[in-house]
Structure formats: C-alpha cells, structure tokens
Design a protein. Structure first.
Length: 258
C-alpha cells in the first residue's frame, strides 16, 4: 500500500507533533496527544482510542509491517517519515520509528458507587503516576482519580513510565479532590505520615473505598484530609521519614484488595 512521505522537519504536521510532545497546555487545547512505540500504540488500539494520524519509518516497516498496516487502516492520515524526523519527534534516545497522534479520551468525572479507587492529589512526577497506574492495574483497582493540578497522564514521560497502563486503567479527573470526595458515598482514607493515624494492615478497606495519596513534597492538603473519613499511615521502621508516593500507593492498594 502506498503512503504519503514526509522528509522535512518544517512540515506543519511534524511541527504540530513536536508541540504536542512538549506542551501539556497545547495537548489540552488541541485534545490530542502523541503515542510512541509499537506497544503503546497497540494498547491504544485495543482500548478503542482513536488514532488520528499514524507515522512510521522504513526501518520500522521492515520489522513490524503487519502491525503498521493494521494501524494505518484505522488512522485518518498515514505517512512514512525519515529516520531524521523520527529522531526529531521522539521523546526517547532510540526511537522505534512508530508514532501516532490520538484523541485524548473523554474525561470521566463520576465513578460508579462501588469498587476500590486510588486518588492522587497534586502528584507532580510522571514516574510516580506511571508506577501507580501499573500497580493499580496489576492489583485490580477500579480506577485512578487525578486532580487537575497533577502532572499530565498523557505526557510522553507518563505514558512511558506507565508502560501503557495509563491507557487501560479508568481515569477520573477533578479540579478538587476534597469536593470530589464529598460527592461520593465511598469510605475515604487520607494517607499521611503521622503516628496517630490508623496503621495500614490493622484494619480492612471494606466496601466502596477511596484512598488518597498527596503531593510528593507536601502531602495532602488540609482540606482533603478534613474531607476524608479516616486518616491512615504506612508503618515504617528504621530512620525512614516517609515513603515515595508510588510506593505508599502500592502498599495501600495491596491492602485495599487483599
């Protein structure tokens, strides 16, 4: 099958991809994000995320021709690009040479009144967001609630850190975690570093539950702590003062579902 060819980095479509890769604000305004690599695009494809544009190099086609043909049939526009352009638009040092521009999934705001959820307030590190999503999927958590002041789950770093799970685990977005909690009937648990809080492992997360993890440096806001029903902590030994946000979330999620 013959495809369009793009070899110049000044092409308008290529400039747009670069901007989508580097600007969270532009992604929000446009409603699109960039997928890179065979596995990530496959995850999007299998989860019915619309591929608007699809790009590949000849080197990639030589390795993955059947997959490339499959994705190309679903995209509105497909083009073969040069290796130099692939390096220019890639967020990695060794690109596979496969890219797609996809519609950001419609944002969910309302969770079902059942299940176990992890909520993230003002999480800033894409590596933490990615690690939380991987643990959430592995443990069977029903969804991740993300405050809008957190890092962008559709940034290249978040997508890479999540190993595609960001595209598979249900995501819910809110301007304010405290207000979100007040609108649900879930039992809510504020995860803090406080010896007076109930220790994880000494009680059960029964029924419809939401556990909330806060910002890496500052933890949860006071409003969110006040909005939660119960304050909980992960007991620690030695001289450790706190856990990484993703590590704490993983421990709590394990306790929620066991």
């Amino acid at each position: 099958m013959a495809y369009a060819e793009i070899s110049g980095k000044d092409n308008a479509r290529i400039k747009r991809i670069v901007k989508l890769q580097t600007s969270s604000r532009y992604r929000r305004e446009e409603g699109f994000f960039v997928l890179e690599g065979l596995r990530t695009i496959e995850d999007a494809y299998e989860n019915n995320i619309k591929l608007s544009e699809f790009y590949f190099t000849q080197t990639a086609y030589d390795k993955f021709s059947s997959d490339i043909e499959k994705f190309a049939q679903t995209a509105d526009f497909t083009a073969q690009i040069s290796d130099n352009i692939a390096k220019n638009i890639s967020d990695t040092f060794t690109p596979q040479g496969i890219f797609a521009v996809a519609n950001i999934p419609e944002k969910r705001e309302n969770i079902s009144e059942k299940g176990k959820y992890i909520a993230l307030e003002n999480i800033q590190d894409p590596a933490n967001l990615g690690a939380v999503s991987r643990s959430a999927e592995a443990l069977g958590i029903d969804g991740i609630i993300i405050s809008n002041d957190s890092c962008d789950p559709f940034s290249p770093k978040s997508l890479r850190a999540s190993m595609g799970t960001i595209l598979r685990v249900p995501l819910y977005f809110t301007d304010d975690i405290a207000s979100f909690l007040k609108k649900t009937t879930a039992s809510s648990y504020a995860c803090v570093v406080n010896d007076d809080a109930q220790k994880v492992g000494t009680f059960s997360f029964n029924g419809f539950s939401i556990a909330v993890i806060g910002n890496e440096a500052n933890g949860l806001t006071q409003r969110t702590k006040d909005a939660c029903d119960i304050t909980v902590t992960v007991p620690m030994k030695g001289r450790a003062e706190s856990l990484n946000a993703a590590a704490a979330a993983s421990i709590v999620m394990w306790e929620m579902v066991k």
